[in-house]
Every structure is written in C-alpha cells, then in structure tokens.
Design a protein around this ligand. Structure first.
Ligand code: PMP
Length: 316
C-alpha cells in the first residue's frame, strides 16, 4: 500500500517505505487507529510492526538513505537506542537484508535486546542507564567505511518523517472540521513532538506543542539527569534534534515516573490497551494540560510502545 500525505501537500521526500513487489511487513507500518480516551485523542502507535512508534523512522530513514546512496548493499546499519528504535531498525534491516548492530545501555529491559537479536541483529551493550556511551560508539563506527549510522538523535530526517507521515496521518483521522489545539509527546529524540507539532501548525498555527519528561530526570527543563522509570525518553542528554527545535516547544510538562506507570496499568485494565510507561506519561501530561488549559479542546498524544516489552520489569 502506498501511503500519501494530506491531499494537495506532496512531501519533499519519500515518507514511507516503497511497497515491495510481493509485499512485506514494512507495508503494515502506519495507519494506526486514533482513539478518544478521557477527552484526549490517543494514537495507537504500539500497534506498528515491532511494537512501537519507531517503526516509522526506522523504515523512513533506511529507505531515504538507500535513495540518497548513503546505504548500499552489504553495509552494516549501526544505531544507538534505548530499545524501540533498535528493535524497529533491526526489523527493517532484516527485511532489506542489511546486517544490523544495535548499541544499547546495559540496563534496558532484557526484552529489548532479545527482540533485536530475534530479528538477527547484533546487540552491543555499553554504559549503564543512559544512551550517551552508546552514542559515542555509534559515532566512531559510523565514520568507518561499510557502516551507515542513521543517528536518530541528531538527524533532521527524524523530524521530516514525523512532519510528512505521522502528523498528516493524524490530521486525516480527525473528524471533519476538527483541528488539533495541542500535541503532547515525551522526548527521546524529540522527533515525534517536533515533527508532529510542525504538521499540526500547518493547519493551526497556534497549536500548543508540549514536551513531556520524567520529574526525576528533568533534563530539558532543569538540566538534571537521574534514573527514572519511563524507558525510551529522557535518555540522559539533550538530543540535537530537540535542541535545534527548542523554540518550537511551548512548554515542558514533568510527570512522576511512578504515576506514569500507574496510568499505563490503568490503560490496560480499563481500555484493554497494554502499553509501556511513556504512554501512561503521555496521557497523564495531556490530561493535566486539558485541565489547566480548557480552551485547548483537541489534544493529541501517543501510546508509543507495547507493554509486552516491559513484562519482566513492570508487569509481573
Ligand atoms: N516513548 C517511547 C517508548 C519511545 O521509545 C520513544 C522514542 N525513543 C518516545 C516515546 C519518544 O519519541 P521521540 O524519539 O520521537 O522523542
């Protein structure tokens, strides 16, 4: 299936993987449902193949790298990831036939490393909780011939995908005449909240863009780095993508990790949505924003990854 952005606004770059002749799992990325839960519109990104929102940038970045001649047959793809991007890129690399090396911090959930390995990737662990050490390894390898490093934390392609694919897809799913008043997204790279925010501002220039981060590690708002429970965001540094687009962010909402996790559990029990901690954090932050700013009537956020990835950590 060929996906197209909002009618009449062709993207400057390809925004979804080209369908293969006989089809592949990559054709099933995207077109995820948008639900209305407790007054907030939630995009069910955990339903993507490989179980997260990151399937989109993985497919987009490798596809674009192929088109631009940066990724050639036989090259090894190397990426730093606290989990989801690594899993997603391992899936895409498997389909496309590239060797994949994922560099992860040592303390991410066992499932995440195992999932990448299941897709045939090599997983190297470095550093403890945050992604910083993994980044240095990737930078070093990425400079060597025979390697391609997508560099999700720095690449503008990450924003391009969200502006041209995820964002327009949500706009198409909103009821007629409804425009988004706000988007809330946790910051791993910042690509989601920045890129979707840009897409939303094309239809509502006053759209409020709110980044979410854990209270315990409020790196964006107060420069602190500490342990927290919301894997996939607040990785221990301010990523280049977020830093470059900081002036597009209207506010940073801090959410307590434990409360985020409690909200995730509630999503499974009440709505049958078995999702990870960032999803709970997103919904919590969005509901707080809605209460504080009732004039923001249409708020969109993301259920970013599936709960299965946290079985041993949080859901036993
Ligand atoms: N939630 C989860 C579970 C994630 O894995 C990520 C990405 N690492 C995000 C949210 C945030 O996405 P982004 O990198 O676009 O800021």
């Amino acid at each position: 299936m060929v996906r197209s952005p909002t009618a009449g606004t062709p993207p400057a770059v390809p925004h979804a993987p080209e369908p293969t002749a006989n089809g592949s799992i990559l054709d099933s990325i995207g077109d995820t449902p948008l639900l209305l839960i407790e007054g907030i519109r939630v995009k069910l990104e955990f339903l993507n193949p490989s179980g997260s929102i990151k399937a989109r940038i993985a497919a987009y970045m490798l596809e674009r790298a192929e088109r631009e001649g940066l990724l050639r047959p036989g090259d090894t793809v190397v990426e730093a990831s606290s989990g989801n991007t690594g899993n997603a890129m391992s899936m895409v690399a498997a389909v496309k036939g590239y060797p994949m090396l994922v560099v992860m911090p040592r303390n991410v959930s066992a499932e995440r490393a195992a999932i990448s390995r299941a897709f045939g990737a090599e997983v190297r662990t470095t550093g403890d909780f945050h992604v910083n050490d993994a980044l240095a390894t990737v930078e070093e390898l990425g400079r060597q011939p025979g390697y391609f490093a997508p560099r999700q934390f720095d690449s503008e392609w990450n924003v391009d995908e969200n502006r041209t694919w995820l964002g327009p897809e949500i706009l198409r799913q909103l009821p007629e005449h409804v425009v988004p008043d706000a988007v809330v997204g946790g910051v791993g790279t910042g690509g989601t909240v920045v890129g979707v925010g840009q897409a939303f501002r094309e239809v509502n220039p006053r759209c409020h863009v709110a980044a979410m981060e854990p209270d315990e590690s409020c790196t964006l708002a107060c420069g602190e780095v500490d342990k927290h429970l919301i894997e996939g965001i607040s990785d221990g540094f301010v990523p280049g993508v977020f830093a470059r687009h900081r002036d597009e962010i209207d506010e940073i909402i801090a959410v307590d990790s434990t409360e985020a996790l409690a909200q995730s559990r509630e999503l499974a029990r009440r709505y049958g949505l078995f999702v990870g901690p960032s999803s709970g954090g997103h919904l919590l932050a969005a509901k707080r924003l809605a209460r504080r700013r009732p004039e923001l009537r249409e708020i969109v956020t993301f259920l970013a990854d599936e709960g299965e990835k946290y079985l041993t950590e949080h859901f036993r």
